[in-house]
Design a protein around this ligand. Structure first.
Ligand SMILES: Cc1ncc(COP(=O)(O)O)c(C=O)c1O
Length: 439
């Protein structure tokens, strides 16, 4: 449904809540300004209602989580039934059937479906922890501590994940505490105007130089960069990583936390290139809205871990939470049942056409990037340079028109469109008008 604004944005209730939050939450967490934020009260489908009763159209899926939309009946029912039965167990000691089912389902949807045997899983509470589980697995499997990671990549902000996140905004304040086992390499873009052969040779040289040192045990990559600004790599990129990982006996880790589960138009972004990783990190849409993520690996790689002798060397209190597992099982079944690939393709066409029309007005609009329902539109200044201040003003002005959107890319100048998959043609047209007015 289209937005409907009852009060000015933010309304009085949101402003009062912001004042209280200012007093009681660490001030680095929630951005507070006269035009930001609104406080969410409920959500359904593509809509969010705030504490003042305003209805918004959400183009973020709440950080890429609500691909199926908010509060779909099947998930709510599954949650309610599970909550009434069991909502906490002993994940690594006395677990639940839900955990068994989820691990088996993740194997089926990944490595079994890629026809390379079965997969084994480590469940975690956040995407950041799933990446850290993958990094530990790679080290256990290879004995080599080094990791090749990519500039612009985002893998989370726990110390392990931050070590491999290629964005100085998040790293620089903590650099004295960051271990130095990550080797950063530029992430290539399909929009690079240079000769693809030359680019691939250059990349191969860089990677070989790092791998030849003999200390690299993992290559960690987002098959399409999400928070890095919806950057799609060239055709040669993932196949090259696969070949080099095999040659140098490094573990190839795909971080599909954002791109997974049809966000880019296929079940996984790596399916666009038919390249199979050794480990894959999943999260966000996996549960449709519970803090649960996963690192799934080829059984042979995962079996480098020793069996638990009664004390796991990698676990956590809430591992395999039954409510999260039940939600994930329901969300996964629903995502497969709904035949989402053609759906995402159809909505992508409409959204891209609208963005192209907006872009046709010239500056401040720059490139359109991305795949499926992970699209980005750059905001640039009169010289064509990234304009993050203006992108920020667009975000506030769109909010005032009832549209929730975020910016991405290291320069923070890309408007990111990662909506729930049910975004309608009417809603897309509304966003097009809002963007034109915001200009
Ligand atoms: C690709 C990718 N990896 C990892 C993460 C971290 O996940 P979390 O915020 O759940 O720790 C994110 C979050 O945006 C992400 O986009």
């Amino acid at each position: 449904m289209l937005p409907e604004l009852i009060t000015s944005i933010p309304g009085p209730r949101s402003r009062a809540l912001a004042t209280r939050l200012r007093d009681h939450e660490s001030r680095n967490v929630t951005f507070l300004s006269p035009g930001f934020p609104v406080f969410w009260q409920r959500a359904h489908g593509t809509n969010v209602w705030d504490a003042d009763g305003n209805r918004f159209l959400d183009l973020t899926s709440g950080f890429g989580v609500a691909s199926l939309g908010y509060t779909p009946d099947v998930i709510v029912q599954a949650m309610q039934a599970q909550a009434a039965t069991l909502y906490h167990a002993m994940g690594d000691v006395h677990p639940t059937e839900e955990k068994v089912e989820l691990c088996a389902t993740l194997s089926k949807l990944t490595f079994e479906s890629w026809s390379v045997g079965s997969g084994k899983t480590i469940l975690t509470n956040s995407g950041s922890e799933a990446v850290e589980a993958a990094l530990k697995t790679a080290f256990v499997a290879t004995g080599k501590p080094g990791v090749i990671a990519f500039r612009g990549g985002y893998h989370g902000l726990g110390y392990g994940a931050l070590t491999v996140t290629g964005n100085d905004f998040f790293r620089s304040r903590f650099s004295p505490q960051l271990a130095e086992w990550a080797h950063f390499v530029p992430y290539p873009s399909e929009h690079d105007p240079r000769d693809p052969l030359e680019c691939s040779r250059e990349m191969e040289e860089l990677l070989r130089a790092a791998l030849q040192r003999g200390t690299i045990g993992a290559i960690l990559v987002e098959p399409i960069q999400g928070r890095g600004g919806e950057v799609v790599p060239p055709e040669w990129f993932l196949p090259l990583l696969r070949v080099l990982a095999d040659e140098f006996k490094a573990v190839l880790i795909f971080d599909e936390i954002f791109t997974g589960f049809y966000r880019t138009g296929k079940r996984f972004a790596c399916d666009h290139w038919e390249v199979v990783p050794d480990l894959v990190c999943l999260g966000k849409a996996l549960t449709s809205g519970f803090p649960l993520a996963a690192c799934v690996g080829r059984a042979a790689v995962m079996d480098a871990w020793p069996p638990s002798d009664g004390e796991a060397i990698h676990t956590s209190t809430f591992l395999g939470n039954p409510l999260g597992c039940r939600m994930a099982l329901t969300a996964l079944e629903e995502m497969e049942r709904r035949n989402l690939a053609p759906k995402v393709h159809g909505v992508n066409k409409l959204l891209r056409a609208m963005l192209q029309q907006v872009q046709g007005h010239g500056k401040p609009w720059g490139a359109i990037r991305g795949r499926g329902l992970m699209l980005g539109l750059e905001v640039v200044d009169t010289h064509g340079k990234p304009d993050s201040a203006r992108a920020g003003r667009f975000i506030e002005s769109l909010l005032a028109k009832g549209v929730i959107i975020l910016s991405g890319s290291p320069e923070r100048n890309t408007l990111s469109f990662t909506p729930p998959f049910d975004l309608s043609a009417e809603e897309i047209a509304f966003v097009g008008n809002a963007l034109a007015e915001a200009m």
